[in-house]
Structures are given as C-alpha cells and as structure tokens.
Design a protein around this ligand. Structure first.
Ligand code: PEP
Ligand code: MG
Length: 869
C-alpha cells in the first residue's frame, strides 16, 4: 500500500487523501508554478498511526526514505551536507483547514554539520546560526512541548548583554552562543541531546504532526464546526526556501481579491528578510503588498500573474503563501481564501459576471449562516462621532462590538457564564484562545496583521476584530492597556468598529445595517432559482417591515397572543380570562376587539397583498396572569374582587403540565367567544383595508394544536358563523382561508382526515419536536447539551429537524394531506424554518414555504435556493 506521494503525483481532487494543503501543492506543481519540491504523507497514514499505537511502522519509514533520496536528487542538495545541505519544512494539513493542529516546523535538517554547510552555501554565517536557533526553538516547542519562555529569556539576556534592542542586531557569534544555550535547555528538559540525525528529527516531527490531530484544541475545533468524518491529517515535507536571506528575500501572504470587501485587486502583506511564520504569527507588523511593487517590480508582476492563473484555475478567490529567496519567487501554498460575508457576496456575484462561474455556482459559494454577519448592526454614526477614540488598528473583521475587556480566554469564558459581554484583548492570539474568542463580542490585538491568527479566525466566525493596534500597549500580566492619554484595566468597557479599525471608550449605540448593491443582485438570483417561498414570523408592524426589508414573501405566523401584552391591553385581557359569566367576558372582549383590529389593519398596511397567516390564541391562560403582588392587587381592584377571590381564580388556572394542557384549539372549544372576537377583528380589518386601499387581501386564519379533525370542524363552524355575521353587518365580503397547524403527532398521523376540513397546513415543528420526543421545549436545554457531549445527538433537535424521527411525521402528513387534496398548500412555521439543513430536507418533501424570524429570512432564502439547485 502507498502512503507517501510526491507532489508531482497528486492533484487538487485528492483532498481527502492528501489533505487540502497537499492536494493544492500537487496541483500547483502540475500547472508548473514555482513550488519547491516535496512529498505528502497521506491522511490514511495518520489513521494507521493511531491504529498502530502511535508508532511509525517500518514500511512507512522505508517509503519516507525513498522519497528523501528522490528529493536529494531533484534539489541537488544532501542532508547533513557541509557544502549545500537539504533543509525541510514539515507541515500538517487535513482535508479541511483546521487551526489548532500542530502547524509547521521549519529548517528541519539543521545540525552541527549542516549549519556550517548553510553558512558556506549562503556566505552568511549569521543567517545560518539564526536559522539553527529558530529550528531548535520551534522543534522544542511544537515537537517536544518545551515552554517557549526558556528560549525567549536566553534571547532577551543575549540582547541585554550586547546592549541591543532587536533580534536582528545580534551577530553570528552571539547566535552561536545562543544555539549552545538552546541545546542545553533541550538536554535539561528532555534528558537527551538535541537530535543531530535529520532522519530522527524528521520522524519525531512527523509523529508530532500526527499526534496533534487529537490534541484538545483540534478536537474542539472539529466539534465546533461539526467535522466528524475525517481520517486524520496529512503531513507535507518540502524543501526549504529562505525568505530570511537578506533584504532581497522575504515572505508574505496574497489574496487574489480583498477578503474584507471583495474588491478585485491583489491584496496582502509581506515582510522582508523574514521567514514564513513571522507574518502569520503577527510578531512583526507587516507591510502592505502594494509596496512590493516598488521594491521588487519583477517579483510583484510574477506574483500577479501566478495569482491570476490560480484564480482562473480554482475559479475562486485564493489565499496564497509565498516566499522570495534572493529575488526568486516561490509559492508555498494556495487555498480558497476565507472572507467576510460582504466579500463572499461581492466575489460570487463578480465571478459570475466575469463569466467564470454559473449563477448556481455563485449561489452555492456563499454560506447561508455567514449572511448573519451582514444583517447585524453597525455603530450609530452620530453616536460614534461623539464617542472618545482611544486608538486605531487594522480593520481585520467587520462588525461592531462593545463589552468589558478581559485579557485571557478563561476570563472571557467566566464573564460569559455570568452573562457579561466582553472584548478579548491580547498581545496576539493563538489557537489556545479559540474557545474565548467564540464567547467574546469582539477581539482586539496589539500585534499582528490582516492575516494574523486573530484576524483569520475572527473573519471565519463573523466576529468583529481589530488587529495590529500598535498604539495600544497591552500588558497581559498586569491586566492593563496603555494608550495615548490613559490606561484601561480589566472590566473597563470599550467598543470596537471592525469595519474601520477604530477603538472607542465606553459603549456605543448601534444602528441597523444597510443592504444594497450586490446583496440586491444576490436576492434577485435567489428568486430566480428557488422554488420554495420564504415568509417571516412577525407579530408587529415593525417586525413585518423588517421582514420585508429582508425580502420576506409574506407572513407565515402571527402569534396573536403577543399583541395582548402591549401597554394598556393586558388588563382587559386578564379580565376576559378571569370572567365568570358570559356577560363579563363579552364586555372585556369588546374592549379588546378594536385594538386587535387595529393591529391587523396596520400589518395589512405593511404587507399589502402578500399572504398573511394569523394564528388564533395559543398559550395556556395561566401565562397571562400577573405574578407581582402589586399587579394582583391592582387587578383585584379593577375587577371589584377581594385579593383572596382573585388569587383563588388565578390558582384555578394553574396546570401541572401546561404545555400539554388547556391551550391552542382547546381554548377555542371551551371559549368560542375568544375565537369569534379574533376572527371578527381579522375580517373587519381586512374589509376596511380592502375598501380603503382597494386591495385584494385574503386572510389566512390558522388554528393551533389540532389533534383530531372533529376539533377543527367544531371551531370552523363557530368562526365561519362569525365571519358570515361580519359580512352581513358590513354588506361586503372577501375571500379567506382557514387552515391548521400540524404540531401534535396525532394530527400528523391523521392528516388525510384533517385535510378534508383545512385549506392549508403549517407545521409547528417546535411543538411537533416537543411532543414527538417528549422533550419540554422550555426545560430540555440543559440535558440536550449533555446528549450532544455524549454523542447521543449530533444536533439539537430544536435547532435542526430530526429527519429520522420527527421528519417522518412531517413526511407522512405531507403525503396523507395531499392524498386528500393534491395541490394542498403546506408550510413550516417552527424555528426549523430558518435552519439551512432543515430547509434542504423540507425542499425534498415538496413543502411550499418556510417561515422564520425576520433576521433569518435572507439565510433561509439562500438555503432554499441552494436546496433547489
Ligand atoms: C411551533 O410549535 O412550531 C410553533 C410555530 O408554534 P409556537 O412556537 O408558538 O408553539
Ligand atoms: Mg406550537
């Protein structure tokens, strides 16, 4: 069996086997771009490594050996050579890019011999010993896990002794001394000499890369992103090129388009006289790529051409790592670049308009969940203009965030547990910080560029981030930040504008986002592609307006009970509930009627002729009762009851298991007058709107919690009688529809019968999940997370529809409903209506529309379009 592939044996389609990095290195080699030679150990070899108790078996070692020989031949260099030694980089690379794994060891192969060879080959002793000391430090850190601080303090000490400030001011002799001390540290910490044999170094490094696949950070990352079905990581072994050979060498990162806003222009950064990781690790703040044009015009032009090539080859924006060695350009990596939602839309739309991808491909390029970023607010311009600016950094990831500052991931997590919003402030971030980054509102780092760890990870998460804010001096030890004019301490509140890079003092008011341009175009394409409609769940005219701004095609659910909580209404409603006689109840209902009618009228105003589904009262009545003593006393007064009498009536409403109790249609059956009042309000408002605006409104009235067709027949007779009364009184009529929710399992099972009485179905997947699993919607959060930890559930069943179980109920009800009425209109109005994975499932079942909260409408629209492709 073959476990090692030369770069010229692979191609980009072999990601699963060679990992993303390996497959792309092979592809770049294939299309004759300047890539240093090397080979890749497959993900299957990582898998076997774990099966074989983490040892490198003889067969693999022999394969590695063969490839090394080949590499020596193709480069004309030799391991341990005292003239022109072969040095290697060793990098991990899974099929998905995955921060948290061991990343890179550079300069592998250096030892007491080859360092002399390197010095000769480059006529630069300083460079050789600097490389050697970097190698010892990196190897010790990532392979042997020796704390960095040992090495850093030796370096600091040397600089102090020489009276210099920068690493690069140390000379060859200083560095020789440092190498000696580093090796002593290694011996002290491991009990062994620093390995001199390159093959031993290589095997140790490979083992460390393999092992890092299962370190806690990598496992956490895979869990967070739901990556479960991968073999392991591949390992890429590649001949070194040097970006730190002097001022005509350098290293950098280039994006073929701007990852922040999508602009079609080479974008990136570089550092002269530096080695690969210096840019990404954010230790020095790099220069803008445009400056390279003046410094090395030929190299810049080559890079531009390579970028163009790669982009047309991959048909997507590329993130390229490059190194310049003595004026010669080498490409070390390419991958589809991470980008903000704004950039994702711009790039997808542009690529289609440039004729590079189809409209469908463009739609599939954008992650629906990522749209969330766009829909979130920015700082209110006026408020921001008046706020105190503390500093400016790099606008690394857009958005707006305010919170208290904390200096460690742990402190952020602790604050989060207490419900405190926080900003993670660090010198620079590393993969250890990811769990804290997730739980912060935003991230601020003093060092690092646009491609530093903090910037890349934050953009992926859609989290606001300012990086390289060098004006701020972060002292993590003392938990303070110094800025021009003052000091901040842990717990102080600041605000970050990730779109401009500005740091403000205190909290700033936020304003709604504006969408336009390419977003509008995207929405047009979505309309041309999707077959399912997307409506919104909205209870107020304001919600309805928001939903329309996000291109909702109607309202799929008005939860009318929410209207009763408005100022001044709740008291009438309570009196209605607590009434003991029909007259008392009628009086209270008469007070409520005009208010409900007005609500509906206003919503019709906003929605025009788009469909609007109004659900009759649903929750158990006890939910509306006052809890505070003061309110109970007031209510007793208005009802001329004693406190005891009122408390007695409230207690009668109490149910042990209210969600399975007296709610939904059951209320309408006991108190038909409530349902009658609601449909009267619905129809009177519609008639008025029709005559005022000459509109063709067709209200959709929806009955909740049906479990038997006879319930529906009963309530339908009641409300149709009331509707006829309204028509006669007003001398006018209009078309309307009466449908039902399917949210009780028994309703799903008897859907063919229920369909006989209904004009439409809408699945209440929240209740259907609650009742299908027997999990309380309100109480199950705690133990469901335990189910996820223990891998009993992959997803929360209230977030993503359980296709295997609850999904069957939906499927069955759709089928049975359509046996009775083949063209039956069927929708979804539970939370699952805004979840992309669920939407894909609903599309397969032939559902006509989904309805979700306004802020999820664009996400659901894109998911619906993708599901239709
Ligand atoms: C549902 O049960 O899915 C539903 C939409 O209704 P509610 O969430 O109001 O119970
Ligand atoms: Mg429900």
């Amino acid at each position: 069996e073959k476990y090692v592939y030369n770069f010229n044996e692979g191609k980009k389609e072999m990601k699963e086997l060679l990992g993303g990095k390996g497959a792309n290195l092979a592809e770049m080699t294939k299309i004759a771009l300047p890539v240093p030679s090397g080979f890749t150990l497959t993900t299957e070899s990582c898998n076997r490594f774990f099966v074989e108790d983490q040892v490198i078996w003889t067969g693999l070692e022999m394969e590695i050996n063969d490839h090394l020989k080949e590499l020596e031949q193709s480069t004309g260099k030799k391991f341990s050579d005292m003239e022109n030694p072969l040095l290697l980089s060793v990098r991990s690379g899974a099929a998905h890019s995955m921060p948290g794994m061991m990343d890179t060891v550079l300069n592998l192969g250096l030892n007491d011999h080859s360092v002399i060879g390197l010095a000769k080959a480059t006529s630069n002793e300083r460079f050789a010993y600097d490389s050697y000391r970097r190698f010892i430090q990196m190897f010790s850190d990532v392979v042997m896990e020796i704390p960095k601080i040992h090495f850093e303090s030796i370096l600091e000490e040397a600089k102090r002794k020489q009276g210099v400030a920068l690493d690069k001011e140390l000379d060859g002799n200083d560095l020789k001394e440092i190498v000696k001390k580093y090796k002593e540290v290694y011996l002290q910490e491991t009990g062994e000499d620093f390995p001199q044999e390159p093959m031993v170094q290589l095997i140790l490094a490979i083992k460390a890369v393999f092992a890092s696949w299962n370190n806690p950070r990598a496992v956490f990352y895979r869990e967070m992103h739901g990556i479960s079905k991968l073999n392991g990581t591949a390992v890429n072994v590649q001949a070194m090129v040097f970006g730190n050979k002097g001022e005509s060498s350098g290293t950098g990162v280039a994006f073929t388009r701007n990852p922040g806003n999508g602009e079609k222009k080479l974008f990136g950064e570089f550092l002269l006289n530096a080695q690969g990781e210096d840019v990404v690790a954010g230790v020095r703040t790099p220069n803008e790529l445009a400056e390279l044009k003046d410094l090395m015009p030929k190299v810049y032009q080559q890079l531009e051409i390579a970028a163009k090539n790669l982009e047309s080859h991959y048909k997507d924006m590329q993130d390229i790592e490059f190194t310049i060695e003595n004026g010669e350009l080498f490409l070390l990596q390419t991958r589809n670049g991470k980008r903000t939602a704004h950039a994702a839309i711009t790039i997808a739309v542009d690529l289609h308009e440039e004729g590079k991808i189809t409209k469908e491909e463009a739609l599939l390029r954008i992650d629906p969940q990522q749209l969330n970023q766009l829909l979130h607010p920015n700082f209110d311009e006026k408020a921001a203009a008046q706020a105190t600016v503390l500093a400016k950094g790099l606008a690394a990831s857009p958005g707006a965030a305010s919170g208290r500052i904390y200096f460690t991931a742990e402190a952020v997590e602790a604050a989060y547990e207490k419900g405190i919003k926080s900003i993670l402030v660090r010198q620079e971030t590393s993969p250890e910080d990811i769990s804290g980054m997730v739980k912060s509102e935003g991230i601020l780092t003093a060092r690092g560029g646009m491609t530093s760890h903090a910037a890349v990870v934050a953009r992926g998460m859609g989290k606001c981030c300012i990086a390289g804010c060098t004006e701020m001096k972060v002292n993590e030890e003392e938990k303070i930040v110094k800025y021009k004019g003052g000091v901040l301490s842990e717990g102080d509140v600041i605000s970050l504008d990730g779109t401009t890079g500005t740091v403000y003092l205190g909290e700033i008011e936020k304003s709604k986002p504006t969408l336009g341009g390419k977003f509008t175009k995207l929405m047009e394409w979505i309309d041309e592609t999707k077959t399912m409609a997307v409506r919104a769940n909205a209870d107020t005219p304001e919600d309805a307006k928001q939903a329309l701004e996000f291109y909702a095609e109607g309202i799929g659910l008005i939860r009318t009970e929410h209207m009763f909580f408005k100022e001044g209404r709740i008291s009438s409603f309570r009196r209605m509930i607590l009434a003991e006689t029909v007259e008392e109840r009628a009086k209270a209902l008469n007070e409520i009627l005009p208010m409900q009618k007005n609500d509906f009228y206003q919503i019709y105003e906003v929605m025009g002729e788009l469909p609007v589904t109004i659900r009759l009262l649903d929750p158990p009545l006890h939910e509306f009762m006052p809890v505070k003593e003061e309110e109970i006393r007031q209510l007793a007064e208005t009802m001329s009851l004693s406190l005891e009498e009122l408390n007695g009536r409230i207690n009668e409403l109490h149910e042990v298991n209210p969600m399975l109790g007296h709610r939904g249609v059951r209320l309408g059956i006991t108190y038909p007058e409530i349902s009658r009042m609601q449909v009267r309000a619905i129809m009177e408002a519609a008639l008025e709107h029709k005559s005022d605006k000459n509109s063709d409104i067709q209200p959709e009235i929806m009955i909740p919690l049906i479990s038997d067709v006879k319930e529906l027949s009963y309530i339908k007779a009641e409300i149709e009688d009331e509707i006829q009364k309204v028509f006669i009184e007003k001398g006018k009529s209009l078309a309307y529809h009466i449908g039902t929710m399917i949210e009780v399992p028994r309703a799903a099972l008897t859907a063919d019968k229920i369909a006989e009485e209904a004009d439409f179905f809408s699945f209440g997947t929240n209740d259907l999940t609650q009742m299908g699993f027997g999990f309380s919607r309100d109480d199950s959060g705690g133990f469901i997370s335990e189910y996820m930890n223990k891998n009993i559930f992959e997803n929360g069943p209230f977030d993503t529809i359980d296709q295997e179980g609850i999904g069957q109920l939906v499927e069955m009800a759709v089928e049975r409903g359509r046996i009775t009425k083949p063209n039956f209109k069927i929708g979804i109005c539970g939370e699952h209506g805004g979840d992309p994975a669920s939407i894909e499932f609903f599309q397969r079942l032939g559902i006509n529309y989904v309805s979700c909260s306004p802020f999820r409408v664009p996400i659901a629209r894109l998911a619906a379009a993708q599901a239709a492709i």
